[in-house]
Design a protein around this ligand. Sequence first.
Ligand code: CMC
Length: 486
Amino acid sequence: MAIASVSSVTSSVVKPRNSITVVDNRTGKSIEIEITNNSIPATAFSQLKAPYADGERAENDTPYGLRILDPSFINTAMIQSEITYIDGNKGFLMHRGYPIEQLAEKSSYLETAYLLIYGELPSKPQSDLWTWEIMHHTFVADDLQQMIRQMRYDSHPMSVFISAFAAMSAFAPEANPSLHGNDLYINNKALMNKQIVRILGKATTVAAMAYRIRINRPFTPPRSDLSYTENLLYMMDHMAEPNSYRPDPRLAKALDILFILHADHEMNCSTSTMVHVGSSLVDPYSCVAAASAALYGPLHGGANEAVIRMLTKIGSVENVPGFLEAVKQKKELLFGFGHRVYRETDPRSKVIREVADMVFEVCGKESLIDVAIALKDAALKDDYFTSRKLFPNVDYWSGLIYKAMGFPLDFFPVLFVVPRLSGYLAHWKQQLESGKNKISRPRQVYVGKSRRDYVPVEAREERTITGQNGLTEIPHYISKRRLTKI
Ligand code: CMC
């Protein structure tokens, strides 16, 4: 990002149009900050320093410069990016300039992944080589397989996925900047691209393994002659059929479209984690593990799973009004609704609705669909939701498709994270190649206790500690039974 010029000005000077003038009323100091691409650098504000006011806490750091407070990054851009653009007010999404609807209709997941990572759609030979490379990096080392096998049958598949990627870091020492130096990837494109195809290749294999553990079946070796999503379905489902068994092509196609829709979504919670962790220059496997962990939560990629639990709890159409009432009283959350960026229907959810019909034709209509439609229709007519601009997001329908396809509920976030890896990698590559990587290190505004002196234990009064939520802290969880003295 071009560093904006910052200078002191007087009010009589005519200001350039692409700038803002900020006056610090504590000191009368005025600074002019250049606006680039409709953004200003937060660092400019650190120029605004003021002496402590009477009685002001030292911890406010007033003489060290003004801070920008933006918990949860409501209006703070973390990066400049060329990858994905969202117009949340119009419900529009594009990758490298291509609208998501066109990619969903005409592209394939691996082609979209190439577009995200390298910036252009591949030619036929480039596409063939890319697909070949990924489909020949699907094998997972035997000892890593054994480690994955040790996970319990009831492990959440995302825990397995995250653990496997964290462990993969140990299986690729040549890819580790901690061992080979900070500039490992700056000077070695081949090494970077090798990790990219490895990560994309192994993701489906690890995902299938997480599923096979829970059904207590041996792992199925990957097949490089199948498409990316066909191979995933094959590794999950192949049992005693002949090896020529192929998953239903209509389901593989539906999954491929879903993968395109999930491939990237700019600075969401998990991709920003990828950028944040990647900024420390740790290896890409550790970055992927951290980003996947961020995705796993119910407010992010776990929402598709939460939608089905919510619909199941509602049970039938007549219970919809009661449920919405509970949402309005803030006793429930309407999962699959709302988005930080979209103030209109998420364009992916429109495409997904069509994919749902494709899947229901093969697998039969999902029984919860009537509840889902009634809930959506009622919410969209209700002022509580419309005034807050809450519309269905990608997770509202995707869970119903996955359920109709027979995936277990807790596998849904895996079906979100596997395609999202291409977005993670596109951002990781962009960041390392920008030449501007600096470690992510947010500041804080300290509102805790001011400096105080240590009190020896004998001199301390016992204090009941109340947390921020008003509940009393319980400093230990040892049961009374175990504390009983013999
Ligand atoms: N159900 C009920 N009320 C909601 C919901 C919802 N799903 N989402 C937002 N609100 C209310 C919220 O209570 C607040 O009301 P008030 O003004 O009275 O305090 C208002 O709408 C603004 O919401 P917010 O919490 O400030 O919005 P946010 O941008 O911080 O949160 C969100 C975005 C996606 C976390 C949130 O909408 C949510 O929790 N949705 C349900 C979970 C979900 O579907 N997540 C998947 C997101 S899309 C896929 C992805 O990228 O992960």
